[in-house]
Design a protein around this ligand. Sequence first.
Ligand code: NAD
Length: 472
Amino acid sequence: MAQKYDMTIGGKSVMADSYIDIRNPANTDEVVGEAPVGTSAHLDEAVSAARQAFESWRYSSEDERIDACQAIVKVVTDNAEELAVLLTKEQGKPLGGLGSRFEMGGCAGWAGYTASLSLPDKVLEESDEKRVVMKREPLGVVGSITPWNWPLMIAIWHIVPGIRTGNTVIIKPSPFTPLSTLRMVELMSAALPKGLINIISGGDELGADLTSHPGINKIVFTGSIATGKKVMASASEHVTPVTLELGGNDPGILLPGTDPVPFVEGLFFGSMINSGQTCGALKRLYVHENDLNLTAQALVEFSKNIPMGDGMDESSLLGPLQNDRQFNRVTELVEDAKAAGAKVLIGGAPIGGANFFYPVTFVTDISDGVRLVDEEQFGPVLPIITYKDLDEAIQLANGTHFGLDASVWGVNRDETAKVAERLEAGTVYENKHAEIAPHIPFGGIKCSGFGVEFGEEGLAAYTSIKVINAAV
Ligand code: NAD
């Protein structure tokens, strides 16, 4: 019998009436564990536990908040290997490389850095007439909704700034990868005051209930644009503030005449990190028409040395797609591209068997207007698109409703800087892609999101401003 994982509400383990099997995407015959199907009654219970905890936590000192965040660092560090193994089994990413252990390192790094941030009172005016001080106050109960691609790291990105600023948190993980988050929060909750962090698990409808609940004072959502729009609409009912980290379709432009070899590793992992299932991965590559063959060949050759396999195998560097929905979507996008006349250089069809493996795939003879270029593929498939001049490349890169990240690659740094200025995205990289850090604000523009995470700007999103304007 597979292990059952429970929800944690108000510091207690809470069972559900029903459970769903969570299967290993590298071998779908294997049930990794059973996840509870929480209901709106569990949500109400979690809201009341979080509200009760907020009544004292809102008055906690800076030291108490820092200690709580440090307790989280200790939990994710002390239990890193157990959580990494569970994450690999349910999510599919390898233990090594840029996989589960890397994700656990990110959890500790983000939690530790966020603990060290602060938002001190700001004196705006001190005169003979008045003293005006701007304070940052917690919002209340934060509702966090997370996706299945980097479930633990994203959970940490939502939880820790919430706690650090005096809020309490309820998290609802993705129904595709709930187990590792259920376990991580169970461990965290045992190290923190009761009700500070609560977890309910269930389907999409539970997420919808969370976003419209009157007892939630802030929503932080990471997921698709389609769901993000629903979250924003639902949050409007109670004018609940939202942070939305949504999908991306990041372009990369290789400057004309660039030798691809020095950049091939950065291009490859910028695109294929987590088998392409990363919001800020490189998803469209624009190369000058004269450079197509060399660039495509360099990427194909590099890919042959990157093993894809079961994440529990220490030699794997890439894992499967996480779920059947994503597997079918990637398969469909590649078939659609083929039908539109695109050429597949390597990969291009599922590996087969009881799993969601899809091989690394590079596609040429494709342009904007084909779904694989226009939509977010979220898989290990990169379309390489040719351009005639840089103006055209920039226009194509910007010609989308996405605006998460973008990148420009080349040895002429004046030129890369000029192109970077013209690319429309929350982050523009030069000669790299998909590099995030806890001190660097991150967020999308256009339909890729609303608000930022990380750094002081990200922390401030968990607070409201209160001004004390005192006559003297
Ligand atoms: P998704 O939108 O399908 O689901 C995300 C979460 O929302 C899940 O927990 C789901 O249960 C919940 N949900 C579904 N319907 C809901 C509703 N109506 N109301 C409230 N919650 C609801 O996304 P996904 O497929 O899990 O994740 C992949 C997407 O996430 C990709 O588009 C990716 O680019 C994006 N993403 C963005 C970032 C970022 O920081 N910008 C990071 C990671 C992933």
